[in-house]
Design a protein around this ligand. Sequence first.
Ligand code: SF4
Length: 76
Amino acid sequence: MIDEELSWQETALCAQTGPEFFFPAPGASTREAKQLCGACEGRVECLEYALRHDEKFGVWGGLSEKERHRLKLRRA
Ligand code: SF4
């Protein structure tokens, strides 16, 4: 059984495409990942998970590291 906190991963589109879009090399585009996130059912839960766990790398819930950092500062 999947942990309640991770249930959004059941429908994660990134799990079907592989991690390369979601963890791009420094300076590489995050556009494709963000487009997929925009169509992902678990986007909100994914983003909240990343914020709660202070995920430093990659695109989560449609936001890059910098965008998540800015969101955290706005919420603080
Ligand atoms: S929102 Fe994006 S990173 Fe999160 S599970 Fe969906 S596709 Fe993956």
